[in-house]
Design a protein around this ligand. Sequence first.
Ligand SMILES: Nc1ncnc2c1ncn2[C@@H]1O[C@H](COP(=O)(O)OP(=O)(O)OP(=O)(O)O)[C@@H](O)[C@H]1O
Ligand SMILES: [Mg+2]
Length: 249
Amino acid sequence: MKTLVIANQKGGVGKTSTLVHLAFDFAERGLKVAVIDLDTQGNASFTLAVHKSGIAASSLFGAVTPFDLAPIDNIALIEADPRLADLEKLDLGKAAEAFSEAVSIIESRGFDVCLIDTAPSLGIAMASALLAADFVASPIELEAYALQGITKMNATITAIRRKNTKLQFLGMIPSKVDGRNPRHTATLADLQAAYPALILPTPIGYRSSIADALASHCPVWEIRKTSARAATKEVRAMTQHIHDKMEIA
Ligand SMILES: Nc1ncnc2c1ncn2[C@@H]1O[C@H](COP(=O)(O)OP(=O)(O)OP(=O)(O)O)[C@@H](O)[C@H]1O
Ligand SMILES: [Mg+2]
């Protein structure tokens, strides 16, 4: 099983949209996908509600006893619950150990991939997820405030990699890009120059059909609007790129 965390401590940059589309796309490929929602906002749990497993994400941080996990249409959701808010009181070492153990249990249930959504904060949940994962990817917006976070995110990933040497940073996914906004175009060019290996070649435009999809519990390719076609093309290019980079068997 390959484990991917979607993380950026900046809020509203497209993390959950990316995660949900990866889950739908991978499931369509016939892969068994476990999704862990570590954000008390529960946005991924909302969009993927029909895939609920009945297991609460906060339970993965305590004394973990083996649990069963059965996918519905290839996706099993370990849903966000209010107790995730209490994780910050835990010792990171113990929380991370329990969480890694839980990920091994998920792997033993025959899942091919585990996708983890995180809240926009650098806390125990995000650190535990990064310590257990094989890969991390960070959606970014091309706005000044969003860019301030990149250095911090890179520093966090570098620090975690000292303890989890298998962790690979797949890179940053430019999201909600407005191609008609000269500031976005210029910022994207600057970023590509500054971090040539870290900006994914598959940006996602600002597309209202993506928000429609998240609200309608489906991927953007099921939205019946002409404008969903361009969004679908971009999102499929992103999921294909990540799929290839993860070398999922
Ligand atoms: N490419 C896009 N075009 C237009 N709207 C988008 C796009 N991607 C996401 N959105 C919308 O922007 C908002 C934030 O997106 P999303 O929830 O994916 O971000 P997030 O990083 O997970 O946010 P948070 O940090 O709060 O968890 C949502 O309302 C979503 O519907
Ligand atoms: Mg989110």
